[in-house]
Design a protein around this ligand. Structure first.
Ligand code: XMP
Length: 512
């Protein structure tokens, strides 16, 4: 087992993901209980995560001392590097050297972490996100890589098997990062591969049968991959003891709800109810401009509607959810500990207590791309599995400023045209997620011989593997020009189109 100590980075669970991809079991433990976790798990290697903290601050988190005295390999990432240096006799300074996003690492020396991946004297893209930096390394360490903003971007003490990186190897924008983590667990820690997806379906079906028994299960279907895969797996396990409910909140894309229902009816024979609650949601949201209020209102109404529908069915014993591993890790990054809440994600939380139901969460162990692989196993059409993610709060969070029915309709039209152009250009699968945003800004234009004063539409497209980090998609300008022309010509209410070229971080994928 590899122990990952979580200091509250937004991407800690990606470290787990990469270790698991390398076929090695790992557990994430929050730093507050790291000493206890260390004793319980007795890990063969330890990875220290990043953090929003500064090691320079009094009381900032530290790794338990036994991590460094147990004679096992340790890898520090970002804050993990800094605390490692601070704890082993190096020096860290705050501020002034902020480095976010793409950076380049010069390989200065050989190092077991780089074996077969990076050779001395070469230069490689890495992803940085730090405010502080190391200014002196502890005795025994050597510099193995540098970047413009971080002279100690990669350091190693090969005798003790201590390694530390200022950049994030776990994110996909460090293209070779997974190989470095694989080197750490395989070559350096000597751990063998074992974990695979193959037997997961059978195991999960068995576990669901055991948990549910003869009970009744209801599932909130969103049309997304996660809830769909969860529903199919549970249906395979307990058949028509499962009923799915799809709540149309009026914030979906054009024809979305209908096409999801059709897909299910065409390919699967499972009980599915479509509820049109659009009026109720839109009435509650009209005029609302605050992103968090929008999210919370939608979450609350969703629970109300779902509860009413479930009552009509005579209640249920279990609620099925497509909860993924990133949502359940008992980790400071995700449980409102010292890490910052960026957005309140919409899910059906709160329902089980209110309705006295137990949860069935067959995807708890999986990450998004593992869920896609499972969906394929279960026979979901490729086109459905490959769909871009769509947020629970839907178009409401793509309509900054006060929501009106008119603006939602303008947005829905622009979005449909944009996606149509993407599909026609054969770009859909190359993009992780693409959508239009309707800005609460009007600008002057000239159409025909007249003056116009209409809204601005922003187009967004990003590449990502997990949604945790993202880069904007580099379109050909001709494509953007053509899409913009079509939107302005065909959508009344928009007279200007702009393209969003922000990566994540520092931006998020959605605008709210
Ligand atoms: P952000 O905007 O946080 O989004 O970079 C990361 C990914 O999550 C999606 N997203 C959501 N999905 N409920 C969801 O089911 C939500 O409330 C929600 N908010 C954002 C977003 O579309 C992107 O894929």
């Amino acid at each position: 087992t590899v122990l990952i100590i979580d200091f509250g980075s937004q991407v800690t669970q990606l470290i787990a993901r990469r270790v698991r991809e390398a076929g090695v079991y790992c557990e994430i433990v929050p730093y507050q209980s790291a000493a206890e976790g260390f004793r319980r798990i007795r890990p063969k290697a330890v990875i220290l995560s990043g953090s929003p903290h500064s090691t320079v601050d009094i009381g900032s988190p530290r790794a338990p001392d036994e991590v460094f005295s147990a004679g096992i390999p340790v890898l520090g990432i970002c804050y993990g590097e800094q605390t490692m240096c601070a704890q082993l006799g190096g020096k860290v300074e705050a501020g002034h050297h902020r480095e976010f996003g793409r950076a380049f690492l010069e390989i200065e020396d050989d190092c077991a972490l780089f074996d077969g991946v990076w050779a001395r004297g070469t230069r490689h893209q890495v992803w940085m996100s730090h405010g502080d930096r190391v200014t002196a390394i502890p005795a025994g360490f050597k510099i193995v890589g540098t970047s413009t903003g971080a002279p100690f971007a990669a350091i190693a003490d090969e005798a003790r098997k201590f390694y530390a990186l200022q950049f994030h190897p776990e994110v996909v924008h460090t293209p070779d990062g997974a190989k470095l983590l694989s080197n750490f667990v395989h070559h350096i820690a000597g751990l063998a591969s074992g974990w695979t997806m193959a037997a997961y379906r059978e195991q999960a079906v068995e576990a669901i049968r055991k948990q549910v028994g003869k009970g009744k299960v209801i599932c909130a279907l969103s049309g997304g991959v996660d809830s769909s895969v969860a529903a199919l797996l549970i249906h395979e396990a307990v058949g028509d003891q499962l009923t799915c409910i799809l709540v149309d909140h009026g914030l979906m894309r054009k024809d979305e709800a209908q096409s999801v229902v059709e897909m299910f009816r065409q390919h699967y024979n499972l009980p599915l109810i479509l509820v049109d609650a659009s009026d109720r949601f839109i009435s509650a949201l009209e005029g609302e401009a605050d992103p968090e209020t929008k999210r919370k209102t939608i979450g609350r109404l969703f629970i109300e509607v779902f509860e009413e529908e479930a009552k009509k069915l005579g209640g249920a014993d279990f609620l099925a959810q497509g909860t993924l591993y990133p949502d359940v890790i008992e980790s400071v990054s995700f449980s409102g500990g010292p890490s910052v809440t960026i957005k309140s994600h919409h899910n059906v939380g709160g329902l089980p207590e209110r309705m006295n139901m137990k949860l069935v969460e067959p995807l708890r162990e999986l990450f998004k791309d593992e869920v896609r692989a499972l969906g394929k196993e279960l026979g979901l059409p490729e086109s459905f599995i490959g769909r871009h993610p769509f947020p629970g709060p839907g178009l409401a969070i793509r309509c900054p400023g006060g929501i009106t029915r008119e603006k939602l309709e303008i947005l829905r039209q622009a979005d449909a045209i944009y996606l149509d152009e993407i599909r026609k250009a054969g770009l859909y699968d190359a993009i992780w997620q693409a959508f239009a945003v309707l800005l609460p800004v009007q600008t002057v234009g000239v159409m025909g011989d007249g003056r116009t004063y209409e809204f601005v539409c922003a187009l967004r497209a990003v590449t990502s593997v997990d949604g945790m980090t993202a880069d904007f998609y580099h379109y050909d300008m001709n494509f953007l020009g053509a899409a913009a022309t079509r939107i302005i010509n065909e959508v009344k209410g928009i007279n200007r189109v702009v393209y969003d070229v922000t990566s994540k971080p520092p931006g998020t994928i959605e605008w709210e």
